[in-house]
Design a protein around this ligand. Structure first.
Ligand SMILES: [Zn+2]
Ligand SMILES: [Zn+2]
Length: 178
């Protein structure tokens, strides 16, 4: 296991949240409900426009983590943890064995999302593995991804860019244009 399960979940969910911006898929409270269900978020919810706005506003802050150098990432992560008054505690609930929560379940959803993402990045920073945060290598896509592969080989996001790029290269070879 490269990283703890909660680190993997936190980073994968953070990338998915960032990528809802380019997908235009977090436009309503119903969209947010679906996202929260899909990614298994527990804890308090408001189901309000304000909650939606706070989560949407978190996306560029998280995206900046993918686009910054190590020093900047540390500043961003520390800022997210401070702003949400993060206080790490080991907890166990449902099917989940011991893992870290750094916010109370009653804290606002956007704060909990921010802190979970930050804690995931904390693990990458400590392990010297920040280069696992990547931008999709496809020319026409700038979605973010987390490369959790053993051989650090992941270059494309989840939205089929790898296939699309391979197919395009194959067609180009067939037609003799490359
Ligand atoms: Zn938990
Ligand atoms: Zn892509």
């Amino acid at each position: 296991m490269l990283f703890a399960h909660d680190t993997v979940m936190a980073l994968t969910a953070a990338a998915a949240l960032v990528n809802t911006a380019s997908a235009g898929s977090l436009d309503s409270v119903a969209d947010l409900d679906a996202f929260v269900t899909e990614w298994g978020w527990t804890g308090s919810r408001e189901h309000s426009r304000g909650e939606l706005a706070a989560v949407r506003a978190l996306r560029p802050k998280l995206r900046a983590i993918w686009e910054s150098d190590d020093e900047q990432v540390v500043r961003i992560v520390n800022g997210l943890l401070l702003d949400a008054h993060a206080l790490p505690q080991l907890v166990r609930h449902g099917d989940w064995d011991w893992h870290l929560h750094a916010t109370d379940p009653s804290a606002p959803l956007a704060d909990r999302m921010a802190v979970e993402a930050a804690m995931g990045v904390v693990d990458l920073v400590r392990a010297g593995e920040l280069d696992r945060l990547r931008i999709c290598a496809a020319d026409d896509c700038d979605d973010v991804l987390v490369d959790l592969s053993k051989n650090r080989s992941r270059r494309y996001c989840d939205r089929g860019c790898g296939n699309r790029t391979n197919v395009a290269a194959y067609r180009a070879r067939l037609s003799g244009t490359s």
